[in-house]
Ligand binder design. Structure first.
Ligand SMILES: [Cu+2]
Length: 343
């Protein structure tokens, strides 16, 4: 099932770029109208659209096929299948929301959505209309790709982990686990329906766990930049066998990391600037792994040597007694390429 979901944006990436070029304006007008109706203010949609215009679909699918290299400019389709979450088992649901599909090209939800990352929601969708409707979960880019596909194959009934199609008078259900993403769109992509306003955009709030881990990473940045060991001592799990790896070298044990690496850099470097971006946090129960893009600049005091590197960092964390602790970190970086944004 996952493969199928992942493939859709790739297979129809060509249609997507075509669609955004030809029909972007019309779609945008509808979006504004609908947003006003729903009383929502949201810049996220525009952000997605803009990146959709910049990256041709072909380039994006090329990235993924060649091993998922991503410069952060494009949109990620990770192993989970969708940036807004993944299908889940109904038995794991934490919420049930009833949805009615109407021929007036609207959805009616039984409850306020108030979605938060990690929520597992079973949607029970009943079609009270006289024509089929769809209920599809995705981000702006996924829904646009889906619409393009539906136009090219108007008679296709779409069913996968993200989407159900409901015939008149019938009820179907779909269970979805929401990931943190600025915006999720529920849409009917039967040709003409989305354009007539059959969608709902809503925000998914980040989870507390996610915020806690982002705060830890902000502390790590501060610690490196200021040669301050405290954020490391507070947020790293101190255990025998701990190893922290950076660009081919390692520190064994938390004490070594702080006293042999973090603190001495204050004296060795005139300045250090470290930035984490595109912080991607994945949870599995009380375990989390984080992958972030890194950019590090600095100047060595003795030699006057400057460095300017970009790369990636992985953090592994465990939640222990209600608090997230870093158990491993690994970073790899190389000199910034003159033109680092394109490949
Ligand atoms: Cu519809």
């Amino acid at each position: 099932m996952k493969n199928k979901i992942l493939l859709l944006p790739l297979l129809f990436a060509g249609f997507l770029s075509h669609y955004t070029m030809a029909d972007g304006k019309a779609a945008k007008a509808h979006e504004h109208a609908a947003e006003e109706k729903q009383g929502m203010h949201d810049g996220a949609m525009k952000k997605h659209e803009d990146s959709g215009h910049e990256d041709s679909g072909h380039e994006e699918s090329g990235h993924k096929e060649s091993g998922g290299h991503d410069d952060g400019g494009g949109h990620e389709h990770d192993g989970g299948g969708s940036p807004v979450g993944m299908p889940a088992n109904a038995s794991d649901a934490t919420k049930v929301i009833k949805v009615t599909t109407l021929d007036s090209m609207r959805y009616k939800f039984s409850d306020d959505l108030n979605l938060q990352a990690g929520d597992i929601v079973t949607f029970i969708i009943t079609n009270k209309g006289r024509i089929p409707h769809e209920f599809s979960i995705g981000d702006a880019e996924e829904q646009q790709a889906h619409q393009a596909m539906m136009r090219s194959m108007p008679n296709m009934m779409h069913e996968d982990g993200n989407t159900v199609t409901i015939k008149p008078g019938k009820t179907k259900s779909l269970t979805w686990k929401f990931a943190s993403n600025d915006q999720v769109i529920f849409a009917c992509n039967i040709p003409g329906h989305f354009e007539a306003g059959m969608f709902l955009k809503t925000k998914v709030a980040g989870s507390n766990d996610e915020q806690e881990i982002k705060d830890i990473i902000a502390g790590i940045k501060f610690g490196w930049e200021n040669g301050d060991g405290k954020p490391f001592r507070d947020n790293f799990l101190d255990f025998d066998g701990a190893r922290y790896i950076e660009s081919g070298g390692q520190n064994a044990g938390l004490d070594s990391l702080v006293t042999h690496h973090v603190e001495p850099e204050k004296d060795a470097l005139e300045y250090l600037k470290l930035d984490f971006s595109d912080i991607e946090i994945n949870f599995e129960g009380d375990f989390a792994w984080v992958i972030a893009n890194t950019a590090v600049k600095g100047k060595v005091k003795n030699s006057d040597r400057k460095f300017d590197k970009t790369g990636y960092q992985t953090f592994l964390l465990r939640k222990i007694d209600g608090k997230w602790k870093v158990v491993h970190s690994h970073s790899s970086s190389r000199d910034r390429k003159p033109d680092s944004h394109k490949h």
